[in-house]
Write a protein that binds this ligand. Structure first.
Ligand code: KIV
Ligand code: ZN
Length: 517
């Protein structure tokens, strides 16, 4: 019998710590619902004490998502544990996840404490969490750079205080697979009581080894892996859920392990998270990248055409790749067909969102003969992103061309329902559009990122524009799609401004960046 490995998804917590990424509450709920359909074991829904918006999003997921355990992260301080419990108490299976650094470098330079104090703090906060719920996870942050004896002592105390899962984070992605396997084995052997808890790992990808390290830990006996869709996460990210799940599935013969995850949702989840995060995976990303099942060389094409398995170790359909051309919708498609296709793509929309998305679909289908999956994903993700709509675009006109000064004239509707019109010139058409909108809404922002991609092929393809603007050191993402990229650019900008104005979505601590000087 293969051993069962629990999958702990932290896309909504560590994943949201990716620089420049922030999900709205609606987006978080959609992702959580899809993770639940995928049958992950635990969803870390956020860091409840971080802000009122984080608290609300965690509480909403705890109330609305059934069938999986819902966790929230807490620093080892009373307020975080109390707030954490308040946020997740309605979950079917709530879990409090308490963390505290165990390495000397963190204890001395970040916490500015000593080992004794930290030890007591960890023990007390695990016990406090245990007072609320049986299901308590403890993570010694920076475990892989910690003094071994001190780490073991801390874990022993936390097991005694009632932790039911002990997570071993490679916080800075420092470990090497063979070394990490031995490390996890040593902890499991030496720490009293480890046989009574679930041993988990949480690997970062600074050296590109996060999935390899997670699998090495599975070989050592870890029975929970923490990971994120598309490998999102702090700095270079976390172990990618799709890689861990498919490696375990594909190499069950070697790893003697299995997960409960339904792989058919991997590609839909990847697309949903790419759209919501405004962060696209590279084409050669394992499993979910555009090229993951594309064969270029004649020899390979010849082999695959004779027998798929000659060059494919996984079945693309099993991980959720579908031939989009089999499922195109047109203007003759009704609401039922539209809803059923969205369901296949992993979206479960509330009535209001569904109606908005259906209207957009009809508009697009009027202009475009066939609307395929990527079009639908773009339409829906635009609409969920627009859930909190303050400013709205009424019209966009741009004149540009050789020898002409790009000029935009734009009409917006304000949150109060008043119409505002303005015109301005720019160094290029997008600059003209942004200057004009900025003049109307009055934000003092800097455009830090602008990217346009074609969502589908062909002359009538939709273009997706994703942008990031910075206001007072905080980054806000905006995205939109349209057949006209200047209209998409205008809508993406208004989307980012709306996220800023809503005050709850998009607000994040500013990113600490180190630039070459
Ligand atoms: O990387 C890390 O150490 C973490 C912990 C909070 C688990 O994210
Ligand atoms: Zn982490």
């Amino acid at each position: 019998m293969p051993d069962r490995i629990k999958i702990f998804d932290t896309t909504l917590r560590d994943g949201e710590q990716s620089a420049g990424v922030s999900f709205s509450a609606e987006e978080k709920l959609q992702i959580a619902k899809l993770l639940e359909r995928m049958q992950v074991d635990t969803i870390e829904a956020g860091f409840a004490a971080a802000s009122p918006a984080d608290f609300d999003a965690v509480a909403r997921i705890a109330k609305e998502v059934r069938g999986t355990s819902i966790a929230t992260l807490c620093r080892a301080v009373p307020n975080d544990v109390d707030q954490g419990w308040a946020a997740i108490q309605d979950a079917e299976e709530p879990r409090l996840h308490v963390f505290l650094s165990s390495s000397d470098i963190h204890i001395a330079h970040q916490l500015r404490k000593d080992r004794e104090t930290v030890l007591e703090q960890a023990r007390e906060m695990v016990a406090r969490a245990k007072g609320y719920v049986d299901n308590v996870e403890f993570s010694p942050m920076d475990a892989t750079r910690s003094d071994r004896d001190f780490l073991k002592l801390m874990l022993k105390e936390c097991v005694e205080a009632g932790a039911t899962t002990i997570n071993i984070p490679d916080t800075v992605g420092y470990a090497i697979p063979q070394e990490f396997e031995a490390f996890v084995r040593e902890i499991m052997e030496d720490v009293p009581g480890m046989d009574r808890v679930t041993v988990s790992v949480h690997c970062h990808n600074d050296l590109g080894l996060s999935s390899a390290n997670s699998l090495a830990a599975v070989q050592a006996g870890a029975r929970q892996v923490e990971c994120t869709i598309n490998g999102l996460g702090e700095r270079a990210g976390n172990a990618s859920l799709e890689e861990v799940v498919m490696a375990i599935r594909t190499r069950e013969d070697f790893l003697h392990a299995e997960t409960n995850v339904d792989p058919h949702f991997l590609v839909p989840a990847s697309h949903m998270v790419q759209d919501f995060a405004g962060m696209h995976v590279q084409p050669n990303k394992a499993i979910v990248g555009l090229n993951a099942f594309r064969h270029q060389s004649g020899i390979h094409q010849d082999g695959v055409s004779k027998l798929r398995e000659t060059y494919e170790i996984m079945d693309p359909e099993e991980v959720g790749w579908k031939d989009g051309s089999q499922f195109v919708l047109s203007k003759l498609s009704g609401r039922a067909g539209f809803r059923s296709r969205l369901d296949d793509l992993g979206y479960q929309l509330a009535d209001e969102e569904f109606n908005r998305a259906f209207l957009r679909f009809q508009e697009l289908a009027d202009r475009k003969n066939t609307v395929d999956d990527r079009d639908l994903e773009a339409i829906v993700s635009d609409n969920i992103g627009q859930a909190v709509e303050a400013w709205r675009i009424e019209s966009v006109h741009v004149t540009t061309g050789t020898g002409a000064t790009p000029t935009a004239s734009i009409k917006l509707r304000s949150p109060e329902g008043e119409f505002h019109e303005a015109a301005n010139t720019g160094t290029g058409p997008v600059d003209a559009v942004y200057k004009t909108i900025r003049g109307i809404v009055g934000t003092q922002d800097v455009l830090t990122e602008y990217a346009v991609t074609a969502i589908t092929e062909g002359i009538d393809a939709q273009g997706e524009v994703s942008i990031r603007i910075e206001i007072d050191g905080v980054t806000y993402m905006g995205r939109a799609s349209d057949q006209d990229i200047l209209v998409a650019s205008a809508r993406a900008y208004v989307n980012a401004v709306n996220r800023y104005l809503s005050g709850t979505v998009g607000a994040k601590a500013s990113v600490v960046q180190r630039r070459a000087t």
